[in-house]
Structure formats: C-alpha cells, structure tokens
Design a protein around this ligand. Sequence first.
Ligand code: SAM
Length: 228
Amino acid sequence: MKKAFVRRMFDDIHARYDLLNTILSFGQDRRWRKVTVKEMPSSGMIIDLCSGGGELARALFARPDFNGQIVMADISMPMISHYRRILGPRYSGRYFLVICDVEDLPFRNSVFAGAMSAFSLRNLTSLERFSREVRRALKSRGIACYLEIAHPQNRLLEAAFKLYFYNFSPRIAGLFTKKTYAYRYLPGSLKAFPRQDEVIRLIGQGWAECNYRNIMGGIAAVYRMANG
Ligand SMILES: C[S@@+](CC[C@H](N)C(=O)[O-])C[C@H]1O[C@@H](n2cnc3c(N)ncnc32)[C@H](O)[C@@H]1O
C-alpha cells in the first residue's frame, strides 16, 4: 500500500524533484551527498539504492579517486529517466540502470563493494528487510552508507527545523509545483520516521559495524555499516 503510493508519488513529481530538493535545502543537499560518498570504496561495483536520476552517483563519479562502476536502482521509471540530464554521456559505460524494489533486490549474494542511498530510508516499508537485502548483496567487508533527513538533538534547533520543514517547506514547494500533496507527504514522513538511535537499532542487525554521524546538528544524518 505505502509502496504503491510512494512509487506513484515519485512518478508524479519526477520533473521538479531535484530542483525542489535543492531549493528547499538551500543547496545543502549537494554538500551532504559529498559527505556521504566519501565513505564509498574507490573501486569495484557500487549500488546507488533509490537512485532517482543519479545525483548521488554523480557525486561519487566526481570524487577524483573513484574508478569503479555504479548500478542505479530505483522503483520509479520516470525518476530514473532523469539519468541522461544528470549523468549525461560523460560516464557512459560506468553506470547501469535497474528498475527494482530495493527491499527485494534482484541480485546474487556478495556482488557489490559498496551500497549508498540519499533521502530514501523514510520512503521504505521495512528498514529491517531493506538492511538484510543490502547486507546480502554486499561482499564481505563491503560498506553501506545512507544519508537521510533526521531529528536534531538540540530542542531549539529541532523546533526551528520542524517549523520550517513541516509548515514552510510545503508552501514554498507549492510555488513551483501543483503536486502539493507530495510536499505534504515528504515532511510528514519524517514525523513517522524514528530518531537516529532507533534507526541504528532497526538497520544494524547482523552488521559487523553500524553507526551514524549527525550533519548540521542532526538536521540530517549519515548512517554507516560495514559487513563482516
Ligand atoms: C527522495 S528520492 C531520492 C532520490 C536520490 N537518491 C537523491 O539523492 O535525491 C527517493 C527515491 O526512492 C525511490 N524509491 C522509493 N521506494 C523505493 C523502493 N522500495 N525501491 C526502489 N526505489 C524506491 C523513489 O522512486 C525515488 O526516486
């Protein structure tokens, strides 16, 4: 039910998603993706989970020492179809597109050296199932790293952030898109999303290492897992 809604919603907002992400985060989304891709190995096959058009893949390709390949996996064809605009011919032959559900990955065991995602955990149905699937598809000593909007620890910052994210961001989005239901859902999905320690509890089972680090006081967080 949630999955079908989420897929239809991203099909619906694909045209304005990247632009609005950058406007609503005041351009911080790009900086946060750079922080996230620093954790990825410099070679081998990496999977970008819930890739959209590939903003995170582009950030990894831009890392000077990265010479690997990237599989972009997303459930929404319209979202992933932006890959041409985002990646262009520059990296052709180094990335592959797969339409799939990341909670049920269509890959053999132990194929990827790294797995990464940005702004996607909130949209999933089961974090435990997702995490099991990622661990299964990663090689031993593979690294997984997820960027997600989070809950600030400082009460004042949390109140200010919530005021902006829940009340102002849907109104700003309304100036650029008629799909306002989506920009009510996206902030609303953070309300239902657990705090960082609870996320670690849900995704951490079975990993040799699992931790997170807050960005900007916890407005966002990067979760990092290492396979044994
Ligand atoms: C908020 S966008 C993030 C896009 C991109 N990662 C970025 O850096 O901006 C979330 C993406 O997750 C995809 N998605 C949601 N649920 C999914 C699932 N179960 N399996 C695969 N993709 C999914 C959506 O289609 C959408 O492209």
